[in-house]
Structures are given as structure tokens and as C-alpha cells.
Design a protein around this ligand. Structure first.
Ligand code: 5GP
Ligand code: ZN
Length: 112
């Protein structure tokens, strides 16, 4: 499948990995918007949050458990934000489910 993140997961496209376990990979965003900008990606190809099904419920929990570990590893004890863009209106550009983990400075520009 011609998917950038599947190719990062299988090593065909290089990335700076910050975390990996059986279910999840995380690597630095190519175009960081914050001092820490990591993409947390389930290894299973799921196109978007809209494509998560019942069988993926445990996997999504594992994403958030990974997020917590990565945040600790990257010293984000002051806090962080986790963002998922789902679909066109939200500006999703890569059609493989991923969560942006952002931190490293105070974020003033809350949308909600
Ligand atoms: P989206 O807009 O879909 O929520 O986020 C996609 C993210 O993937 C963007 O922040 C973009 O910078 C990042 N990205 C796109 N291509 C690559 C790549 O080849 N390597 C890495 N590390 N990040 C990428
Ligand atoms: Zn994929």
C-alpha cells in the first residue's frame, strides 16, 4: 500500500523514532509546530479516526498509554496536547490514523 506512515513503520522511509512497541510507533514530525511534535501512529493501517471499529478499541487505548510514556520520556511534565485531525474539514493530510503530541512550551492559542 502506498501509505507514507506504513512506509515509515516498515522502515522504507526514514524517520526519527522516539518510541516503538508491538502496536504503536512514534516519530518526530517532519515539519514541527512546537519544540516537541511527535506523531503517534498505530502500526495497523486505519485511514482515520472515522475508520476505527470495535476491534480497534484496545489498540486506541494503547496509543494513549504510549503517549503518556513518550511525554514522560521527553520531559513534558508541564503538560502537552494530543490532537487528531479527522477528514477534510479538519485538514487531515496523511490518511493513516495518527495523533500529534505537542509540547515543550506554553500553548496560549487554545481552539476549545
Ligand atoms: P495531518 O495534517 O494529517 O494531521 O498530519 C500529517 C503530519 O505528517 C504533518 O504534520 C506532516 O508534517 C507530517 N508528515 C508528512 N509526511 C511526513 C514524513 O514523511 N515524515 C514525517 N516524519 N512526518 C511527515
Ligand atoms: Zn498506512
Amino acid at each position: 500500500m502506498d501509505c507514507i506512515f506504513c512506509n515509515i513503520i516498515n522502515g522504507n522511509i526514514p524517520s526519527t523514532k522516539v518510541y516503538e512497541d508491538e502496536f504503536v510507533t512514534a516519530f518526530n514530525d517532519l515539519n514541527p509546530q512546537m519544540p516537541v511534535h511527535v506523531l503517534i501512529v498505530p502500526k495497523k493501517h486505519i485511514a482515520s479516526a472515522n475508520d476505527i471499529d470495535e476491534n480497534d478499541a484496545e489498540l486506541i487505548g494503547k496509543v494513549f498509554l504510549a503517549a503518556k510514556k513518550i511525554a514522560a520520556q521527553l520531559c513534558l511534565e508541564n503538560g502537552y496536547r494530543i490532537i487528531n485531525n479527522c477528514g477534510e474539514d479538519a485538514g487531515q493530510t496523511v490518511k493513516h490514523l495518527h495523533f500529534h503530541l505537542l509540547g515543550g512550551k506554553t500553548m496560549g492559542d487554545k481552539i476549545i
